[in-house]
Design a protein around this ligand. Structure first.
Ligand SMILES: [Zn+2]
Length: 358
């Protein structure tokens, strides 16, 4: 999915520059990137100003420029991410400056490490306040769901290890967006990140960091300022992953909490503009949907214990499967399987049917 920004330009650029050299255009075309294509609809009544009007010009050529409506066909990056070159079909081009988010330099002051995923390792949970109020967005700073879609795996203890984020299903190559305004702290390749695969960590103005894991590719680098909703990479299945998905984490001072406390991924909404982050939310057993009392109680449980209780195992019925064969395979009994699924022992199994076995 390509992000298309539609802008109507008034063509009042004082600094507009043109290249009438077609070779220039051809050279540039080879370097085009598609991810940030900007479609600009030129008002049919507008003419393209000629910055070279002081110079002696061929009368005919000038005529051609003022009459013709140049159609923008693509954009080209410059060293400045917020300044693009817009290319027109007649070989002309101009600079276009995008709205630049206002990110204070102080974001880079504390625990700024571009070489590691986790940079707050020296801060212990006990050192954090009991609660902190986080203004997620305000009139100047927006939000965006990093990738729309249902959560396929929640923030919880899973397969004997904590799953410190949510998984969102996607197809390899789907665009992933920055959740809030901020600056990219780390853009790291798979070989440097353990299970995260190609990962991006963005530090936000609101005080949080967000992680985007298993990307097939990222298109920003550490130090880049990003806006909420800006494409930052493409989904994939790099690192410890069994299929394409986005692993998304929300962290405060290095401690993770359930991202579903902030976003309703199903509906594609932000739950509230202000978020009260409580210390017990950092516990892996604490998640969205619990009352604070339940969360507090759950956070006091040993994670392993919670995991053993909540670990459900399912079996998909294949050709030739019988209840006794399935029971044997999972080291359980026919009776237990029947109880778990509310079925009788005489029940005919359907191929493809999902049975809970533990
Ligand atoms: Zn995950």
């Amino acid at each position: 999915m390509k992000r298309i920004v539609s802008i109507i330009i008034c063509l009042l650029f004082a600094t507009t520059a043109f290249a009438q050299d077609n070779n220039f255009f051809k050279r540039m075309k080879d370097k085009l990137t598609i991810h940030d294509t900007i479609y600009i609809f030129v008002n049919a009544n507008d003419t393209i100003p000629n910055p070279n009007e002081d110079e002696e010009e061929d009368e005919e050529e000038e005529e051609e420029f003022s009459e013709g409506i140049a159609v923008p066909i693509d954009t080209l990056n410059t060293d400045d991410r917020y300044r693009k070159v817009v290319l027109f079909d007649n070989g002309s081009w101009l600079y276009y400056t995008l709205e630049r988010p206002d990110v204070p330099d102080s974001l880079r002051d504390d625990h700024w490490d571009t070489e590691t995923v986790h940079s707050y390792n020296d801060i212990a949970l006990k050192d954090l306040p009991e609660q902190v109020v986080i203004t997620l967005v305000d009139s100047a700073h927006r939000w965006c769901i990093p990738h729309p879609g249902p959560v396929t795996s929640q923030f919880k203890f899973r397969w004997h290890r904590p799953h410190r984020g949510v998984d969102i299903g996607l197809n390899t190559g789907d665009v992933v967006y920055a959740a809030f305004d901020g600056v990219v702290r780390a853009a790291l390749p798979s070989r440097m990140t353990g299970g995260y695969g190609n990962v991006l960590v963005i530090r936000h103005i609101n005080g949080l960091e967000t992680y985007y894991g298993h990307l097939s590719r990222y298109i920003v680098k550490s130090g880049d300022v990003v806006k909420a909703g800006e494409p930052i990479g493409y989904g994939g299945s790099t690192g410890r992953s069994t299929g394409p998905h986005l692993h998304f984490e929300t962290r405060y001072m290095g401690q993770s909490f359930d991202p579903e406390r902030i976003f309703d991924f199903e509906r594609g909404t932000l739950r509230s503009e202000e978020f009260v982050l409580k210390k017990h939310y950092f516990n892996i057993n604490s998640h969205q949907g619990q009352s604070d009392q339940q969360s507090l109680k759950a956070s006091k449980k040993a994670p392993q214990e919670a995991s053993a209780k909540s670990r459900k195992v399912y079996h998909t019925v294949k050709k030739g499967d019988t209840l006794s064969r399935i029971a044997k395979k999972y080291g359980t009994s026919i009776n237990k399987i029947c109880k778990l699924n509310g079925i009788r022992q005489t029940k005919t199994l359907q191929i493809g049917q999902k049975l809970r076995v533990k």
